[in-house]
Design a binder for this molecule. Sequence first.
Ligand SMILES: Cc1ncc(COP(=O)(O)O)c(C=O)c1O
Length: 388
Amino acid sequence: MFSGFLFVFWYWFMSQLFQNYQRGAIEFVKAEGNDLFDKQGKKYLDFSTGIGVTNLGFHPQVQAALQKQAEQIWHTPNLYQNSLQEAVAAKLIGDKDYLAFFCNSGAEANEAAIKLARKARAKQDIITFQNSFHGRTFGSMSATGQEKIKTGFGDLVPHFHYAIFNDLDSVKDLVTENTAAVMLELVQGESGIVPAKQDFVTALADYCQKKDLLLIVDEVQTGMGRTGKLYSFQHYGIEPDIFTLAKGLANGVPAGAMLAKEQLGAVFGPGSHGSTFGGNKLAMSASSAVLDIMTEDFFQQVRKHALYLQEQLKEALKDNPKVIQIRGLGYMIGIETRADLGQLVQAARDRGLLILTAGTDVIRLLPPLTLTKKEIDQGVAVLKDIFQ
Ligand SMILES: Cc1ncc(COP(=O)(O)O)c(C=O)c1O
């Protein structure tokens, strides 16, 4: 506790970094599977995956792919053929009729989606949702439905309108002849793990189709198996016109993607949009390895284990007065609580478990999809302990 205080003091006055992150005192120097090790050699079980990024943990197949690619060539510009991008696109798309654009982050993927939608429809208005999160760049920040993310930066990108999540009437109220698209997360992540309701999503998809509005799903946090399927929209039985990926796409190497229906392909002709690093060979080699691991059999196991984790958690925390609700989809789990979030995170760290927060009153768990039952039991035991 005291050393933590000293660290904050030292860090605040001595660090030459911007103080825009609240960093803990630990530095991780090694990882194996689902465990991280700090400088003192202490082991931590990771229920946070670097904020939903290392979805497969520190997987040897991903590591081998990166090592192999680094020995050959790690970057070529998008002026030349890139068979790794083609391979990753094919694995992401399967037999569906989408096209892929690769970039480096979630915000950049959402920027691409916003630009594509505006240009495709020659209209500017986009409806997003209150409490959403879409990124920190001007476009993605303006799309975000949370004031605290946007204050102090002056004029935002205009033409975003914020409907109430899970309320179709509030969407209809905002639609005009200038509306190009509706954009949403199917599980709102940053604001507290709030899943969209099935009825709402079905009706929204129907409505968008009738009104010729593009439906954009931000899968940056929910995608790449996080919810137990490759994409969260597969749970809801819809096919968005556009969707975005990042975080788990290359399991920790920066990568993002925007995928859109083939008929929108002509909107992004030569010179219309781009990214220097997007679809970099190193990132694509990792991504290709990730997608080879994410088979249907793999996801069946993920769903089974994620359900086990949810059930064990509910059992361990039932009747706990500090717990208000446990909710989520697959391995995207929120524990709404009355307890102090900072103290819970620290208590978990002290016991060798890494967890996250979301919003003001939610403990967020984004564990690796590769968790064993033993690791689930270990994590649940720590969570039970810290909530007592
Ligand atoms: C749903 C969602 N969209 C977009 C982003 C932004 O992604 P990035 O930080 O890679 O720009 C995030 C990041 O947390 C996110 O959760």
